[in-house]
Design a protein around this ligand. Structure first.
Ligand code: ZN
Length: 431
């Protein structure tokens, strides 16, 4: 039997172990916000990987957003050196999960196995992917114990809230740099037959319109900031949204609707604050002097962020030219530049080939509509050879009754291990 076949059999034999590991990870509730139990899950991972011969390090991202004594931002990085120097392949998973939400029929932190699926918050995004990469590496080590190069596995904080206390921090500290790591695979749930090359860009801004406060019975003595905002929204409907729909991309973004520029109006506030639920009085009659809107504009690799910003500013300037008293401000609150790894990058071609070997069909190339930690690996870590590849159905992420299929994890573990063998030792060890 060749080693590639033996490896795949070893993965199949680890089915019970893979299930138990995934369940253990789900049962540590790492809700973010606020960032609970990061230390516990890092210690669990550290112990597990130390048993497989890894040197492990727990790293707290001091003073990053959210870091405090009650909710410290812990990360774990494990590294195992091979028999000879060579390249390093890194599997990076985030340890945090989003809030539970309503409508669960399973215990969100129970990790229940039913009909070949494991249920729980984070099952798919992305504790299943994390467990898959660990099982892949452990099976790999049984078949290729004296491999070349190095393997790293990390569990990192805060991806769901921007990754500043996780991958961004570690990249700043040099843990993701071309000198230390050559190939990065992020096991986010993009489906077992897809290689995710990157993501669209983000431009978040707050738009504020100004008016003048007055008595509500004499609005002509004031100036209504909410009506000004209404004019902004009308202009957006007339000119901006249709223009965005025309901007199509060559990026293979999924789903289809995201293959263009998009913008969401994230929130809108004008006038008096909402009263508390137990307040029984009436509002006071006041002309609002301020209205605020937060926009979430997602842009394409073909666009640049300066144009994205000036396009929105043009809407505001147009409204200004038509309304004599119109005053506004626009403040950027967050930006992410789009990233897309080259299709000929070694990690892309190698994982694609492994997908074809395991699943018997060509890999699909996709780009994510939203961002993930690849942005920090690219911008701060200066590493272009990075993809997301992992089991699970993306649509299930953040949903009630989130689950991961055990058979998908096993397939993905085979892909990861075969890709690992080829990245570290070239095509021959598989044959
Ligand atoms: Zn995720």
């Amino acid at each position: 039997m060749d080693l590639a076949t033996e490896f795949q059999q070893r993965v199949m034999a680890k089915r019970p172990e893979l299930i138990a590991l995934t369940q253990d990870l789900i049962r540590i509730p790492t809700l973010n916000p606020p960032g609970e139990n990061y230390r516990d899950i890092c210690e669990y991972l550290s112990k597990r990987l130390a048993c497989s011969g890894f040197e492990t390090e727990l790293i707290r991202a001091f003073d990053t957003p959210g870091d405090c004594e009650k909710y410290p931002r812990w990360n774990v990085i494990a590294r195992r050196e091979g028999a000879r120097p060579g390249q390093c392949v890194h599997f990076n998973s985030h340890i945090d999960v989003v809030e539970i939400g309503k409508d669960w029929t399973f215990d969100p932190f129970g990790g229940e196995l039913k009909d070949g699926k494991i249920y729980g918050r984070g099952a798919c995004d992305m504790k299943g992917g994390l467990a898959t990469s660990i099982i892949a590496v452990e099976a790999f080590l049984e078949v290729w114990p004296d491999f070349d190069g190095a393997i790293e596995i990390s569990g990192t904080a805060d991806e769901e809230t921007g990754g500043f206390g996780g991958v961004a921090y570690l990249a700043e500290q040099g843990y993701f740099s071309p000198e230390r790591v050559q190939h990065v695979i992020i096991p986010e749930p993009l489906n077992k037959d897809r290689v995710c090359l990157g993501h669209r860009g983000v431009f978040w801004a707050e738009i504020e319109t100004y008016g003048r406060i007055a008595h509500g019975s004499m609005p002509f003595l004031g100036d209504c900031a909410v009506r000004h905002m209404g004019a902004v929204m009308a202009e957006m409907e007339t000119s901006l949204f249709p223009a965005l729909a025309q901007k199509r991309t060559e990026m293979p973004v999924v789903p289809e609707g995201a293959k263009q520029s998009t913008m969401n109006i994230n929130s809108l506030h004008g006038g008096q604050a909402e009263p508390a639920d137990d307040f029984t009085g009436l509002p006071s009659p006041v002309v609002p002097d301020r209205a605020k809107m937060i926009i979430d504009r997602r842009f394409l690799v073909e666009e640049n962020i300066e144009d994205v910003e000036s396009e929105i500013r043009a809407v505001l300037e147009k409204v200004k030219s038509e309304r004599p008293d119109f005053g506004y401000d626009m403040r950027e609150i967050h930006r992410v530049i789009p990233t897309m790894t080259d299709r000929n990058a070694p990690v892309v071609t190698t994982v694609s080939k492994a997908i074809e070997t395991v699943l018997g069909k060509p890999a699909q190339y996709v780009v994510s509509p939203g961002t993930y930690d690849q942005k920090h690996i690219d911008r701060i870590g200066r590493m272009k050879n990075c993809i997301a590849y992992g089991p699970g159905i993306l649509d299930l992420a953040h949903q009630p009754d989130e689950y991961i299929e055990v058979s998908d994890m096993l397939d993905s573990a085979k892909v990861m291990g075969l890709a690992l063998a080829e990245l570290l030792m070239g095509p021959s060890p598989q044959n």
